[in-house]
Design a protein around this ligand. Structure first.
Ligand code: PRP
Length: 210
């Protein structure tokens, strides 16, 4: 049996908070991912390697089996959708919320459709559809907070942690859509074919998270 496992980790905050979790499992990359341009990192455990990629690519790598397990935000997993992955564990890191936000002094709309800027197009569409509202969604890739300021959109759907970014741009949180944290995801075939290594890995991680 192939006992190697590849762990895909979202770069940025999730990587920063995942490394200490892996460290508690005695899994350490041999080089510091923060100071290297490498994308694949060997670890002190010869059968485990890390790949460090964009958050939105983690579910893709794991669903197709290029990585056996992954660490990604619930925001990214909701937007990715489908049931191609197991999600056995809430890692409790990178906690924040996905919220609807807008300008402090917002003109309470004309008769036209609300325009919402977000990188979470499908999640936002579902959220408004559940309320029976049709909205126009504008896809952005970052800095959503700018959109209401410059009149590109009426509202945004984005992650809020401290609320400082909203505040600094004169925006207020209107409604929390859902709580977010990072999750462990597992490739379905790997769960079966490599269960002797994957299951203990999940259980060790579960103990550490507890
Ligand atoms: C996230 C998010 C908000 C900000 C919220 O952006 O998109 O802009 O953090 O955090 P706060 O409530 O504590 O201010 P991030 O810095 O991760 O960059 P990104 O927009 O490029 O993803």
């Amino acid at each position: 049996m192939n006992k190697e496992i590849t762990i895909a980790v979202s770069k940025g905050r999730i990587l920063e908070q995942s490394l200490p979790l892996l460290e508690k499992l005695n899994i350490r990359p041999l080089e510091d991912p923060h100071s290297s341009r490498k994308l694949v990192f060997a670890t002190n455990e010869p059968n485990i390697k890390l790949i460090i990629i964009r958050a939105s690519d983690v579910p893709t790598y794991v669903e197709y089996g290029a990585a056996d397990v992954g660490i990604a935000g619930k925001d990214v997993l909701m937007e990715y959708g489908g049931d191609g992955l197991y999600e056995p564990l809430d890692l409790g890191i990178c906690r924040c919320r996905l919220s609807l936000a807008g300008a402090e002094k917002r003109h309470s709309g004309g008769s036209g459709r609300l325009r919402i800027a977000t990188k979470y197009v499908l999640t936002t569409r579902d959220y408004f559809a559940n309320q029976g509202k049709q909205v126009e969604i504008i896809k952005l890739y970052g800095s959503m907070e700018l959109a209401p300021v410059l009149g590109l959109a009426d509202l945004i759907v984005d992650l809020v942690e401290s609320g400082n970014t909203l505040k600094a741009n004169g925006l207020v949180e209107i409604e929390k859509i859902t709580d977010i944290s990072s999750r462990l995801v597992v490739n379905k075939a790997s769960m079966k074919m490599k269960q002797e290594v994957i299951r203990p890995f999940i259980e060790r991680l579960r103990d550490v998270v507890r």
